[in-house]
Design a protein around this ligand. Structure first.
Ligand code: S3P
Length: 177
C-alpha cells in the first residue's frame, strides 16, 4: 500500500484545498508543508523570505520534507517549489505517490490576483510572469509526477472524484499481496 499522497504543483493550483478534502474522503491525516514550516519558524512565509532569503526557506522546506519519510497515511500538500530539489523528490518517491495539479496561467491569476502571501509573486502578479515561471518549472513538475491532474474549469468535488477514480483504478491504496 502506498504510504502517503503528495500533492505538488504551481502556486494556486489548489493543493491545500484538495489535500483537506481528500484527507476527509480517505480518512487520512493532512499535512500542509508551508503551514508546518511557518509553525516551526514562528513566522509566516513572507517573513522567512525577507529574513533568510529564498535559500533559507528552501533549506527549511527540505528539512520538513525529510520528516515526511516517517509519515504514513498522510496527504501532504507541498509548496510550489518543493520539487525543484532532487533530494526532495527522492524523499517523496520513497514515501508515497506524487500527484501533480496543474492550471493555466489565466486560472492561476484568477485565483491569486488579490493574494499577498506569495513572496515570489509580489509585484509580479501578471500573466507574462506566471507563464515564464511555469515554463521554467514545468519540467520539474512533470519529472516528479506519477499522475497529472488539470484543475482548470473543475470544482473541488470534481477533482476529488477524478483523484479517487485514479487511486481506485490503479489499486493504489490496496494492501500489497
Ligand atoms: C512557493 C510556493 C508557496 C510557498 C513559497 C514558495 C514556490 O507555496 O512554498 O511561497 O516556490 O512556488 P504554495 O504553492 O502553496 O503557494
Amino acid at each position: 500500500m502506498v504510504k502517503n499522497i503528495y500533492l505538488i504543483g504551481f502556486m494556486g493550483t489548489g493543493k491545500t484545498t484538495i489535500a483537506l478534502q481528500l484527507g476527509q474522503q480517505l480518512e487520512y491525516k493532512v499535512t500542509d508543508l508551508d503551514q508546518e514550516i511557518e509553525k516551526k519558524a514562528g513566522m509566516c512565509i513572507s517573513q522567512i523570505f525577507s529574513e533568510f532569503g529564498e535559500a533559507g526557506f528552501r533549506h527549511l522546506e527540505s528539512e520538513m520534507i525529510r520528516t515526511c519519510l516517517k509519515k504514513e497515511q498522510h496527504i501532504i500538500a507541498c509548496g510550489g517549489g518543493a520539487v525543484l530539489k532532487q533530494k526532495n523528490v527522492d524523499s517523496m518517491r520513497k514515501s508515497g505517490i506524487i500527484l501533480l495539479l496543474t492550471a493555466r496561467p489565466e486560472t492561476i491569476l484568477g485565483r491569486l490576483k488579490n493574494d499577498t502571501t506569495r513572496p515570489l509573486l509580489n509585484g509580479r502578479m501578471n500573466k507574462e510572469y506566471l507563464e515564464k515561471m511555469l515554463l521554467e518549472r514545468s519540467g520539474f513538475y512533470e519529472y516528479a509526477a506519477d499522475v497529472i491532474i488539470s484543475t482548470d474549469d473543475k470544482n473541488p468535488e470534481e477533482l476529488i472524484k477524478e483523484i479517487m477514480n485514479f487511486l481506485d483504478d490503479n489499486r493504489i491504496l490496496e494492501p500489497m499481496k
